[in-house]
Design a protein around this ligand. Structure first.
Ligand SMILES: [Zn+2]
Length: 70
């Protein structure tokens, strides 16, 4: 009989959406807010879903190939 395995993707997703909030003094679900779009990456702001305090930032490379706006 096979052991039921937790879905790894779900787990990672859950972990990424919980960040420690100094104001709430616990790990809180966060909202990802698009902060800045650069030529090759996007900057996101993570804000606490409970109190709205900024708890982190993240840069992500653009998934689509660089399309040059001209
Ligand atoms: Zn908070």
């Amino acid at each position: 009989m096979m052991m039921p395995r937790p879905n790894r993707r779900d787990f990672e997703d859950l972990e990424a959406s919980q960040i420690y909030c100094p104001a709430c003094r616990r790990a809180m679900p966060v909202r990802k807010r698009l902060l800045l779009v650069l030529l090759d990456r996007e900057t996101y702001d993570y804000v606490c879903a409970g109190c709205g305090a900024p708890v982190g930032k993240k840069e992500e490379p653009l998934s689509r190939p660089a399309a040059r706006p001209r």
